[in-house]
Design a protein around this ligand. Structure first.
Ligand SMILES: [Zn+2]
Length: 273
């Protein structure tokens, strides 16, 4: 476990440093807000999110994963294969079910109210990937526990997947312009900054596309992948929340607003082929 912790930390630091370097060298969009204000607010969100995960998710999901390992519960534990192959299959299924959770967050009105807080950011960069409302993270705890039990995820696999997913989230939220060729090839396999910029567009048809967090293959399989918009020209945000940046206290209150301030339902999702 100790070697794994070092690998996880090393991968995360390496990806974070690369993403910061890419954002400086190959910025895709100019900032609407002051970058310092935008980044400070999102880092405050990250602090609240980390505390929520520490207080609510870790005490539930890790013990569940230990139980799964002891009792050999779940789909992949039933497969007679080497442990590394079962771990790989578990990570693939975790990534796929995270894609399904993201689709649900855009469909279920009560969940969209929380996920909206992530989308109302007027600028999109790596720090947006850390900007999630505590309510959305709390709501995902039963889903995560179900993922672990049904798939059969061990603690080591869960920890590795969480680190890899965080690295992918920092990368695909980054304000980075890859070359057209790199974007085209990489987006066949991995969620790229270009793909995810389209997901943060104010256009409802684009908002309901490119849901993948790690591998992009889930979008390709479900017909929700879109590469037909220029990520540099995308207007980031959600209609109704574009006039001024949603500041931290207002963003924290947003899911609970009532009356005329109540957030609207998610924009209608167009039918995908
Ligand atoms: Zn989304």
């Amino acid at each position: 476990m100790r070697v794994l912790d070092v690998v996880r930390g090393g991968v995360l630091c390496g990806v974070a440093a690369t993403v910061l370097w890419l954002e400086r060298r190959r910025q895709a969009r100019s900032y609407v807000e002051s970058p310092a204000v935008h980044i400070s607010r999102n880092l405050a969100f990250a602090g609240i999110a980390a505390a929520t995960v520490h207080a609510l998710e870790a005490p539930v999901v890790m013990p569940v994963a230990r139980l799964v390992e002891r009792r050999r519960w779940g789909l992949v534990q039933a497969v007679p294969a080497p442990a590394w192959l079962r771990g790989l299959a578990a990570m693939l299924l975790l990534d796929y079910t995270l894609y399904l959770w993201h689709r649900l967050a855009h469909r279920a009105p009560w969940l969209w109210r929380f996920h909206l807080v992530h989308h109302v950011d007027l600028d999109l960069d790596a720090t947006t990937g850390l900007r999630f409302h505590a309510g959305e993270l709390a709501a995902s705890v039963p889903w995560r526990a179900a993922q672990v039990i049904v798939i059969g995820v061990t603690p080591a696999t869960l920890a590795l997947w969480q680190s890899l997913t965080l690295a992918c989230v920092l990368f695909h939220h980054s304000n980075t312009r890859l070359s057209g060729r790199t974007e085209r090839w990489l987006s066949r396999v991995l969620a790229t900054p270009g793909m995810h910029a389209v997901h943060h567009s104010i256009d409802p048809a684009q908002l309901h596309s490119n849901f993948s967090s790690g591998l992009a293959i889930w979008d390709w399989l479900h017909g929700t992948a879109r590469l037909d918009a220029d990520p540099r020209a995308v207007t980031v945000g959600v209609v109704g929340h574009l006039d001024e940046p949603t500041r931290l206290p207002a963003a924290l209150r947003l899911p609970f607003e009532t009356g005329s301030n109540r957030p609207p339902l998610p924009p209608v999702e167009p039918l995908h082929a």
